[in-house]
Design a protein around this ligand. Structure first.
Ligand SMILES: Cc1cc2nc3c(=O)[nH]c(=O)nc-3n(C[C@H](O)[C@H](O)[C@H](O)COP(=O)(O)OP(=O)(O)OC[C@H]3O[C@@H](n4cnc5c(N)ncnc54)[C@H](O)[C@@H]3O)c2cc1C
Length: 528
């Protein structure tokens, strides 16, 4: 038996974030990862050809400039750096027109004004309110445990706050239509909501201002998404901790009602003197403890957890030259855009695409986003070569089940490529050196935490967001089992920003009365 002060399940970036904070507090930390590799959704592999680096999951580090991990853990010293391209998003439309969202708000408004002057001004207003004035509030909301609605209303008041809360009663699509008139703008924002996996559910409209707040704050990790998890691992190891690969945790053990370790698939036991934390989804965590230790209301909710209705099918390409989009003639900045979005013409197609995903059909119109990372960081490909990917939405299970992806991998590769070619003119045999299709079925085979190909470890619907994520009794990162904490993405936070790991670190530091080496982000407060 091996003994640690703190034992953490899963070496995704959230488990590693918590581990790094605790290790730097002087605790002896062990992180146990079932895969032979670390990183979870922050991994970089070379599945096509040597030297062509592909981020199989997280690629766009949304709002990472505000993430405290970078500063607190001095991740630059441990090998992490990021780049934030000036043209953040490029939307390329079938009719050859295009829209670009820049770091520079004036350039964004000029691009939108080519479609609608009114929408350009509406966007400027949204940007100034949510991405500039209220950005500190959103940062504080993300990097603190979620607030109960009553407390939120007390802490967040004033005219701008009322305008923000006015979105709460709307569904996502109505929240978008409230601000924009041009159908292309409306469709784009609806798709963007889905890109961050918000569902068009009643009372989910708050996702609209949230997304606007970080829309032009997307970064790419230099060298690959794995640079984040590699840097966090180095912090832990630098402090004497261990990140153990090939360690499949099967059971959380406890004595006298207190979590005191884990048991691995090979029956070995790891002892935790102070805490056990789970960086995997809450339902799996509950089953590792034994669901009888959780109140009925928690059991019911976690046993009926909604994983979300859509997943992603990704086509990765190794190429000689970056894709050239027809819309570059209309707006040359498309050629410099980081996040490329295409495939949709109108809202009806977006609705149909998600209905088809829900029904397990391959969508008629593939739509989604992608990037050519080697344009911004040459280390993604061998000298003079490039990698690009596009990840349209697709169901986890097709009519012939999840295995349907495996049976017709070649056919689906062709179908995704054909849809991409509707927008890019140079994706021909001369340019393409190799392809790799990463299907929704592949996602959970690669990462058991992404059940049914779930991108976010649970749908973003009001009953699973904020204080409801995953359940009010667990939302504060503590559990009914003493000494057991949650630090994964089925809690508040999510996306590659380390928020659940960071928030759990603050909660555990409070409970164990640890001396913090960092200054926690203040509680959300806004009166104006
Ligand atoms: C195709 C795709 C694209 C995405 N793109 C983006 C993006 O561009 N930007 C973004 O912000 N987010 C993106 N995401 C989401 C992002 O990957 C996740 O939000 C992020 O990985 C969650 O991190 P985590 O640490 O909470 O969990 P994970 O990264 O899932 O880590 C959990 C870890 O636990 C391990 N584990 C599971 N079970 C056990 C067990 N029993 N014992 C031990 N270890 C176990 C897993 O192997 C895994 O390593 C994407 C997801 C997908 C699927």
């Amino acid at each position: 038996m091996t003994t640690f002060d703190g034992v953490i399940i899963g070496a995704g970036h959230n488990g590693l974030t918590l581990g790094a904070y605790m290790a730097r507090c002087g605790l002896k930390i062990g992180v146990f990862e079932r895969n032979a590799w670390i990183g979870g959704g922050c991994t970089t592999e070379e599945p096509i050809l040597p030297g062509f680096r592909c981020n199989l999951h997280s690629n766009f580090y949304i709002g990472f400039s505000q993430a405290p991990v970078m500063r607190d853990l001095e991740l630059a010293r441990f090998g992490l750096s990021t780049i934030a391209p000036p043209v953040q998003h490029g939307v390329t439309l079938r009719d050859g027109t295009a829209l670009t969202i820049h770091k520079d708000i004036n350039k964004t408004c000029a691009s939108i004004a080519r479609f609608s002057k009114r929408d350009a001004e509406a966007f400027r207003g949204l940007h100034m309110t949510y991405a500039v004035k209220m950005r500190p509030l959103f940062t504080a909301l993300l990097y603190n445990p979620p607030l109960p609605p009553d407390e939120m209303r007390e802490r967040v008041t004033g005219p701008l706050a009322n305008e923000l809360f006015a979105h709460a009663g709307l569904n996502l699509f109505d929240a978008v239509d409230r601000h924009f008139e041009d159908h292309r703008l409306r469709t784009l924002f609806k798709l963007l909501m889905h890109v961050t996996t918000g569902e068009n559910a009643p009372n989910n409209g708050m996702m609209m201002p949230l997304i606007v707040s970080a829309l032009s704050d997307n970064a790419l990790p230099i060298g690959g998404s794995a640079s984040l998890t590699n840097a966090l691992t180095r912090v832990i190891e630098d402090c004497g901790g261990q990140v153990v690969r090939g360690a499949d945790v099967r059971e959380i053990t406890f004595a006298n009602g207190r979590a005191n370790g884990v048991r691995l698939a090979d029956a070995s036991r790891i002892e935790a003197k102070l805490f056990v934390a789970s960086g995997i989804d809450a339902p799996a965590t509950m089953h590792m403890v034994g669901e009888q230790h959780f109140p009925e209301t928690v059991r019911n909710k976690l046993n009926n957890w909604h994983w979300g209705n859509h997943s992603l099918v990704t086509l990765h390409l190794a190429i000689n030259e970056p894709p050239i989009y027809t819309s570059q003639k209309f707006d040359p900045d498309i050629a410099r855009a980081f996040n490329l979005i295409f495939g949709f013409d109108d809202t009806d197609q977006v609705i149909r695409c998600f209905d088809q995903c829900r029904r397990g059909e391959f969508p008629d119109h593939l739509m989604g986003n992608g990037a050519c990372n080697s344009q911004f960081d040459p280390t993604y490909a061998p000298a003079g070569k490039h990698v690009a990917f596009w990840w349209p939405f697709a169901p986890y299970a097709l009519a012939d089940g999840p295995e349907g992806w495996e049976h017709r991998r070649k056919e689906y590769t062709e179908r995704v490529l054909a849809a991409w070619r509707d927008f890019a003119i140079n994706l021909d045999a001369r340019n393409i050196l190799g392809t790799y299709l990463y299907t929704p079925r592949d996602i959970p085979l690669h990462n058991a935490n992404m059940v049914n190909g779930a991108v976010r470890m649970g749908a973003y619907i009001p009953s699973q967001l904020g204080i409801n994520r995953p359940h009010p009794l667990l939302a504060g990162y503590r559990t009914p089992v003493e000494g057991l904490y949650l630090c994964g993405s089925s809690n508040h936070g999510g996306g590659a920003n380390g928020a659940p790991g960071y928030n759990a670190a603050n909660v555990i530091a409070d409970d164990l009365k640890l001396d913090r080496f960092w200054t926690p982000i203040a509680q959300p407060e806004w009166h104006g």
